[in-house]
Design a protein around this ligand. Structure first.
Ligand code: HEC
Length: 500
């Protein structure tokens, strides 16, 4: 007999709870008819009834309980109250619940997503090998789509972070994790590395084999995705992988591979990290340089190593733009801040400090835009565009960093004062002894491109490269002012100012 009146059904659903508060003997719950009724209510068309059923299912221990909760989750997870009811009713059956829910979750919705991620996180925080293994098996089923796999893995990874310790018998997770570590999706591989680094003991034989394989691939530079192998090295101890990583920072590696190696290096807090990066500085491609600076500046000991390297001229001082200088001057660690103050005031340059004074009046003199344009067309259009003429090698005027006449003048007179890694001049020698220069416009697995003013460029095959390093200087030449009077310079400034 099925009642169509919600109130009546609600009351019926509430029986077990009433039974507790009214101390009705528990045989009334054990009664088969009532058990069946509760399971039916979990599938009731009325969401309020299903909500009540979700609560009730936490109070009783009957077969089909977790399936019923999963069914409610599929329908009603969008409602935060229902989610809370489900979470509290699951009890210790988290893994079983996920095993049932995940393969049939269908399209993800915000509510289901947060439920899955939260519960996966819970599994992680407990750090039980068997539970983790079951969860990984659940997402390995063919019906489970990548977004759901990511929710589980993200949650698990976060949970393991909170768990913090070593997972007992973690080696047992090596097999399921190894599958994920070679998953076609880069996102999945990324989070799998995270989980593996938290769950697998560093001395497990499975992990050892995995690392040896990656090192061999990288040494022989074989296989499609070397960057992924470089990222997987973080599963090994620093001593085990540092040699291979340092080898990846040479100019023989393309930009993306250098970036991947740096990313892995940055996960260790070994003092060798800073030194390795500094030693390879000149060989890094532009994007790798930017990342290398970020890594060096992110830790007190490395920031100190960076400053000492600049002081001893092992690294060029002009790589630190004003933003980075400010950051170092105000560094939370006073030893670093003091060192920065000392270095930036004495930074040795081959600049002529008198040069600025010779042209200083150009800042205040009134300039003639048309005359300035003529000078610009003669001297600057090799690398800068203006009014549709010229080649763009340098930065676009619309994103100009020098925004006063003083800073414009400084940029023109002292192009090497601060050099963006994308604009340093590299020098390359081929195995045949030919020399090329230019900014490193492209650094790929098989070739590099060096680009110069006037839209000239050369593509050089990697196998022909003998030597590739940056010159630590901007490709914008010094002496551009030679032959110009202060009035000429004022004209030039007036022209450039109108280009922004
Ligand atoms: C051989 C190429 C080349 C030539 C020639 C050249 N520049 Fe540049 N210029 C660059 C590059 C590359 C940069 C970016 C520099 C950097 O970050 O190191 C730059 C930067 C600048 C900047 C600073 C831009 C900013 O965002 O602050 C100014 C100003 C400038 N150039 C003006 C000139 C003027 C004026 C001339 C001609 C008198 C000139 N340049 C000639 C390549 C060139």
């Amino acid at each position: 007999m099925k009642s169509n009146r919600p109130i009546l059904r609600l009351l019926m659903a509430a029986i077990p709870m009433l039974s507790m508060s009214l101390s009705i003997p528990s045989w009334s719950i054990d009664h088969e008819g009532i058990q069946e009724r509760i399971l039916q209510l979990a599938d009731d068309p009325d969401p309020r009834v299903r909500f009540q059923a979700a609560l009730t299912l936490g109070e009783v221990d009957l077969p089909g309980r977790i399936e019923a909760l999963a069914g409610i989750a599929r329908k009603d997870a969008a409602d935060p109250w229902v989610r809370r009811a489900i979470l509290s009713s699951i009890g210790s059956d988290t893994v079983e619940f996920l095993e049932i829910l995940i393969p049939e979750v269908g399209d993800s919705t915000e509510g289901i997503d947060s439920l899955i991620e939260e519960l996966s996180k819970l599994v992680g925080t407990k750090g039980q090998t068997e539970d983790i293994r079951r969860l990984l098996a659940a997402i390995g089923q063919p019906s489970v789509k990548e977004p759901v796999q990511m929710l589980v893995l993200d949650g698990l990874s976060e949970g393991l972070e909170l768990f913090g310790g070593m997972v007992a018998n973690g080696g047992e997770l090596a097999a399921p994790l190894a599958d994920l570590l070679v998953n076609p999706s880069e996102k999945i591989r990324g989070v799998a590395v995270e989980i593996a680094s938290k769950a697998l003991p560093q001395d497990s034989p499975e992990l050892d084999t995995l690392i040896s394989e990656q090192i061999a691939r990288l040494e022989n530079r074989e296989g499609e995705n070397l960057s992924q192998s470089a990222k997987m090295l973080r599963l090994g101890s620093y001593d085990r992988v540092s040699g291979a990583l340092s080898e990846l920072l040479t100019s023989q590696s393309h930009e993306a591979l250098q970036v991947a190696a740096l990313e892995t290096l940055s996960t260790y807090d070994h003092p060798g990290v800073g030194k390795t990066i500094i030693d390879h500085w000149s060989q890094l491609a532009p994007k790798a340089k930017i990342q290398a600076l970020d890594i060096l500046m992110a830790r007190q000991d490395r920031a100190m190593q960076l400053l000492v390297a600049i002081e001893s001229e092992e690294m060029p001082g002009n790589i630190l733009d004003s933003q980075r200088q400010t950051l170092l001057l105000g560094y939370p660690d006073s030893a670093v801040a003091d060192k920065a103050k000392q270095i930036f005031s004495t930074l040795s340059t081959d600049e002529d400090p008198e040069l600025y004074n010779q042209y200083a009046e150009a800042v205040t003199l009134e300039g003639d835009r048309e005359k300035g344009k003529k000078i610009y067309l003669e001297r600057c259009t090799q690398c800068h565009i203006a009014e549709g003429q010229g080649q763009q090698l340098g930065p676009d005027w619309s994103g100009l960093k020098s925004n006063t006449r003083e800073t414009l003048l400084t940029s023109i007179l002292y192009p090497n004062r601060s050099v963006d890694p994308g604009f340093t001049n590299y020098i390359l020698e081929t195995v045949d002894g030919d020399i090329f220069t230019g900014i490193l416009a492209f650094s790929g697995p098989n070739s590099v491109v060096l680009r110069r003013g006037g839209a000239e460029e050369d593509t050089i095959l990697r196998k022909n490269i003998e030597y590739l390093e940056d010159t630590k200087k901007s490709i914008m030449p010094t002496n551009l002012e030679v032959g110009l009077s202060p009035q000429d310079m004022a004209d030039l400034l007036s022209f450039i100012e109108t280009l922004k």
